[in-house]
Write a protein that binds this ligand. Structure first.
Ligand code: ADP
Ligand code: MG
Length: 348
């Protein structure tokens, strides 16, 4: 076959595969957009674990009606404008391809209203398509994105989908991580009309934060959680750790890591955590933590993968060691005070 340029439509469908792997990838992108829009409440409704319907509603700043078609166009974003912006990203999105990719493989309705508009507007697309019509609609200030029949036009992807149970597990995981990352937002997740997750925003109050955190990450955190705080010029660390489990206790690893407000899965940081736990426990043991890390956004590159959960630090070694020391110190301090308590109790 001779070389030929792909049509824009086909190119979009191929690119969509990188961003939209399964229903949970749609949920992730829609939640991120709602967070970026400064919503204080985000509700996600699912039918058939997202295979039939994913709807994310927010009360954020909305999209002006004349920009609605652009929101669905590839490489269109309101979040960065120049290469300099890309050097220090403060929003979760920036590639401007999520909505276009999702729209390319589903039947999507985008409804939105800004505070300056006296009613909402909506656009509807089925698969890759340009210039949708803008119609008046009813909706409070904020945005709803409704994604129906995901992969209706890409049978190969549809066949790859797993059972409802598995797909829902992936969605729940993403949802919980996003809710943990944003303690100042209300989150609600409903599956086939039944509420599954419901947490309210908390400000300041440490006790309330811990209760909210343990509703999402597991009740152990409320019972045995150790607060950790470390301030280093290269990395700020705060959050809650669970102590190394007793030898006979069967605990599973449970790591929730956030960098500058973004859930991440990073090998360097995970290695630091495992090393801290095994140094303190004197054996390898599962890490269980919810940790919020903050660093200068110039010091980290998040533009490594379209899913944006991998990061690259400029000073990876330094960051590794700061995290290792901070976590190891908090665990040691806690174990010492437990030890002292036991000694006092037994009168030694
Ligand atoms: P990105 O988030 O990378 O900019 P998206 O394709 O996810 O790209 O979204 C495109 C644009 O649509 C965003 O830059 C934003 O301006 C707008 N947008 C999408 N979702 C929302 C939302 N929930 N509220 C307000 N604006 C939104
Ligand atoms: Mg986005």
């Amino acid at each position: 076959m001779p070389i030929r340029r792909l049509s824009v439509q086909l190119a979009n469908q191929i690119a969509a595969g990188e961003v939209v792997e399964r229903p949970s990838s749609v949920v992730k992108e829609l939640l991120e957009n709602a967070v970026d829009a400064k919503a204080t409440k985000i509700v996600c409704d699912l039918k058939n674990s997202g295979k039939t319907l994913i709807r994310v509603r927010d009360n954020g700043q909305g999209i002006p009606h004349e920009e609605l078609p652009l929101a669905l166009a590839p490489h269109a974003t309101s979040k960065i404008a120049t290469l300099e912006d890309l050097e220090a990203i403060l929003t979760l999105g920036f590639r401007g391809e999520a909505l276009a990719s999702i729209a390319a493989v589903s039947k999507l309705t985008l409804t939105s209203r800004t505070k300056d508009e006296d009613h909402a507007f909506s656009v509807e697309v089925e698969g890759p398509q340009q210039d949708p019509e803008i119609n008046p609609a009813a909706h409070p200030v904020g945005t709803s994105v409704e994604v129906c029949e995901l992969f209706f036009n890409t049978p190969a992807r549809r066949r790859f989908l797993r059972s409802d149970r598995t797909e829902f597990m992936h969605i729940r995981e993403i949802f919980v991580r996003t809710a943990l990352a944003n303690p100042d937002i209300d989150f609600e997740l409903n599956l086939d009309g039944k509420n599954v997750v419901n947490v309210k925003a908390v400000m300041g109050d440490e006790k309330k934060r811990l209760v909210r955190l343990s509703k999402l990450a597991g009740s152990d955190f409320n019972r045995n959680g150790i607060f950790v705080r470390g301030e280093d010029p290269c990395l700020n660390v705060s959050g809650v750790l669970l102590p190394p489990p007793d030898v006979e206790e069967s605990a599973v690893e449970n790591i929730f890591l956030f960098l500058n407000g973004r859930p991440i899965a990073d090998k360097v940081l995970t290695h630091a955590l495992k090393q801290a736990y095994s140094e303190v426990a004197g054996r390898s043991c599962p890490v269980r933590c919810v940790l919020y890390l903050n660093c200068d956004p110039h010091e980290v590159d998040i533009n490594v993968h379209p899913r944006k959960d991998e990061v690259r630090f400029h000073e990876a070694r330094l960051v590794h060691d700061v995290l290792l020391e901070t976590v190891a110190n908090s665990l040691r301090k806690e174990l010492r005070s437990v030890d002292d308590g036991l000694k006092k109790e037994s009168g030694v």
